[in-house]
Write a protein that binds this ligand. Structure first.
Ligand SMILES: [Zn+2]
Length: 403
């Protein structure tokens, strides 16, 4: 379980008051549950659940709280009761008899009573307290987790400086054991988004190119409307500014979704993934539009490769990209070529393949060397490294740790 936090912003005073009411109600249920346990014998968790139902029918304000949140409050009471039992059993000196709470600062929801917007920028509380919509202020890491991980619980916490939302995320989603025996070396390029050692290419989709062109156009329109040293800029300027902002958001989301999809696909169908270290790759000083676009997507793509590698316990390795496109993948002979040379022709062993495929093979070889898997030279362009079987889950993680 991973907990991520975001600040709840842009609510009105009344909205925050509603959150307070929900928190108070959760405390009320918890205390009632503890009281019930004190007064009755043989109380268990399901009895407390029932109690929370009964309370809802007795008190109007309890009924306002979402039913799963009512249950969660009963669970909170049960946890402290259970901890008390455990300590009794263990013979700990401080038993910690359950007490009533006076200053609870949180309320917990399960799967209902709240709703995230599709872009994970807003959360709406939908129970009868009608706290409504809040903006979520958090770092990009949290945002990514909200996008990709399953949210088990949502907890509203009141702090001195405001209200926060904690998301309990499901990270035990390790779908390990889903090994395919495949290896992949990835050459990131301009002509193709990437190409692997088996000559499979993935191209950057047309719809993304189109949106990015639109972005450029809006950017130009905005700068045309900008008048230097004019205090309030014209209305048209601000309209253009908003248009650009919206477009930017859309494009970055499209780009991100696509990068995630590609990375997920690569990691799902391969056990060892080798790519070139882009931090070293800054060699092509090319201000071509396509270059900058690919750059942005490459970085995201690689981040998600690493991410899925961790979740699925697979080997994701980065290697030094120097000379990967020059060296012959078959015999190692260095064949100088310019950027425009699309085919690798080796004068030494007469291998003739696409330059990107050649690079992908070299990248894969370097990666395998780094993790200690033997590369069989006769299987160029063909992956049959059965050694993976000896590569159990544990050693896979070790390798991941090293890279
Ligand atoms: Zn050669």
């Amino acid at each position: 379980m991973l907990v991520r936090e975001a600040k709840l912003l842009n609510g009105t005073l009344n909205q925050y008051k509603s959150l307070d009411e929900a928190i108070r109600t959760a405390q009320f249920i918890r205390n009632k549950a503890v009281r019930y346990w004190m007064d009755n014998q043989g109380v268990n968790k399901s009895r407390l659940y029932k109690l929370s139902k009964i309370l809802a029918s007795e008190f109007v304000f309890v009924n306002k709280l979402n039913s799963s949140a009512r249950q969660a409050s009963a669970e909170v009471a049960w946890t402290s009761i259970n901890n008390f039992y455990r300590r009794c059993k263990e013979g700990v000196k401080k038993k910690g008899y359950p007490k009533f709470k006076k200053h609870s600062r949180s309320v917990e929801y399960k799967q209902s009573g709240w709703k995230l917007s599709d872009d994970c920028l807003l959360i709406t509380f939908t129970d009868k307290f009608k706290a409504g919509k809040f903006s979520l202020y958090c770092n990009s890491e949290t945002r990514e987790d909200l996008f990709t991980l399953k949210i088990n619980r949502v907890r509203v916490v009141r702090r001195a400086d405001g209200y926060y939302c904690q998301f309990c995320l499901d990270v035990d989603r390790k779908e390990s054991g889903n090994y395919t025996g495949n290896l992949i070396g990835i050459d990131l390029g301009l002509k193709y988004f990437y190409k692997d050692q088996n000559d499979n290419a993935v191209v950057y989709p047309q719809y993304l190119r189109k949106s990015e062109k639109k972005l450029k156009r809006l950017q130009r329109q905005l700068s045309k409307k900008f008048v230097k040293s004019k205090k309030p800029q014209s209305n048209n300027y601000h309209k253009a500014r908003i248009r650009l902002g919206l477009c930017h958001l859309k494009v970055s989301r499209q780009r991100k979704d696509w990068a995630i999809k590609q990375a997920r696909c690569v990691v799902a169908s391969n056990d060892v993934i080798v790519y070139e270290d882009l931090n070293i790759k800054n060699m092509v000083k090319n201000h071509h539009l396509a270059k900058s676009i690919s750059d942005a997507s490459w970085y995201q793509f690689i981040q998600w490769l690493e991410y899925y590698g961790k979740i699925w316990n697979k080997v994701v390795v980065s290697v030094n990209p120097n000379f990967t496109s020059q060296d012959c993948s078959n015999c190692g002979h260095r064949v100088k070529k310019s950027l425009s040379t699309r085919t690798h022709v080796c004068p030494s062993c007469h291998t003739e393949i696409c330059r990107d495929t050649n690079a992908a093979i070299n990248i894969l070889k370097r990666g395998l060397e780094a993790v200690g898997i033997e590369w069989n030279n006769s299987t160029v362009g063909h992956t049959e490294t059965a050694d993976l079987a000896s590569y159990g889950g544990a050693s896979l993680t070790e390798t991941l740790g090293e890279t």
